[in-house]
Design a protein around this ligand. Sequence first.
Ligand code: PLP
Length: 401
Amino acid sequence: MISRNPCISNLKAGYLFPEIAKRRRAFAETHPEANIISLGVGNTTEPLLPHISRGLAEAARKLGAAEGYSGYSDEGLLALRERIAETFYKGHFSADEIFISDGAKCDIGRLQLLFGAKTKIAVQDPSYPVYVDGSVLTGAAGPWSGTGYQGIIYLPCTAENGYFPDMDLIPEHGLVYFCSPNNPTGAVATWKQLTALVKTSVEKGALIVFDAAYSEYIRDDQLPKSIFEIEGAKTCAIEVNSFSKSAGFTGVRLGWTAVPKRLAYAGGESIHADWARVCGTIFNGASNIAQAGGLAALEPEGLQEMRQLSDFYLGNAQLIRSALQKLGISCVGGDNSPYIWAKFPGRDSWEVFAEILEQCWVVTTPGAGFGPAGQSFIRFSAFGHRSDVEEACKRLEKLTR
Ligand code: PLP
C-alpha cells in the first residue's frame, strides 16, 4: 500500500479541539445528568443579524434565475475586494492586493506553500494551534519533543513581558506568526509593540503573517487593528482576516488575505504573484453567496450589525471575567477580545480543565494546548448564549481549588 506522508506522523496525536470534544463526551457518558455548558471553543452561537442574513438569502435566490446566476469567482468579487480595501485599509490597498478566501484558517494553511520546508518558523507562545500544526504538515517543523515541536521557535508571551515577545528571538529570514487580538491570551499589541515587531522583521528580513481575525473586537481606539497601520509593514507583512467572528460567519465561511504588491522574497521575486499562483492552483474561490453576505456586512447597516454582535460577545466576556475575578482568579483579556486567559499558578492546565468540567460541568480550553507557555492557564471563550454564560458563571462559584 502507499506510504504515509511522514510529516503527518510528526503531528502530536489529536488536534486540541477534537481532544477536548473527546474528553467532554467521555464525561457526558459517565455523567448523563450533567447539563454541560461550553466556554471552550471559539465557535459563534448567535444568529446572523437581519441585514447580513438578507444579503445571503438574496444572493441564493438570484442564483435560481438565469439572469442572476454566476459560477466561479476566482480571486473574489471585485466589489467585495474594493469594499475591504476601503473599510479595513482606508484605501491604502488596491483591490488586487486583497484575496478573498473561505476563511483565515484555510489561508494560513495555504500560505505555508510559499515558503517550503526549510523556513524557520516563530510563533507566539501560546498561539492558535494552526500555525504550528500547519508548519509540521509542510515539514518545516516536527516531530514533537515532549514540550514543543522541533524547529519551532516559541516566543514566550507571559504576564512578565506583557504578553509581547522578546524581539531578539525573531529568526533571521524566518516566518513569524503574530496574532492580535491574541487567541488565546486576549492580549492586544500596542502601536509601540507592533512598531518594534515591524522594525525587527525588516532588519532581520523576516516575514510576518499577521492574523487579525479578532480585530473587530478592539474597542480601545489607541490600539492598532491592522499591521498595516504601522509604517514599513508593507515590506514585511501579510495579513489574514475573517468574517467569522465579526459577522458570525464561522459556518458561512468568508475571509481574506491582504498581500502588498511590493512584498518580495530574498531573491526579489514577488510574493504577491506567487500567492495569486497558489490560490489559482489549489483554491477555486469563496462561495458567491458568502461573498454577497460579506458585501452586505460592509454596508452601513451591516457594519452596525457586526458591532452589535461583537458587543454582545464582549458583554459575555465581561461577565466571565468578573466571575473569575470575584473568585480571586487572576486573568487578562476579554476587554478588546472574546477570550479570557486565567491563571492557575502551579497547576497543570489539563488537570484544571478536568476539575472545572467535573465540578461545574463547564468545558474550557487548557492553556497547555496552545503551547508550552500556556501551562497553568485556562482559556475561557465568550462565544455562547447569554443564559448559558450566566449559568456557567454561577457554576464557577462552586470551584474548589
Ligand atoms: N485565526 C484565529 C486566531 C482564530 O482563532 C480562528 C478561529 O478560531 C481563525 C483564524 C479561523 O478563522 P476562519 O473561521 O476564518 O477560518
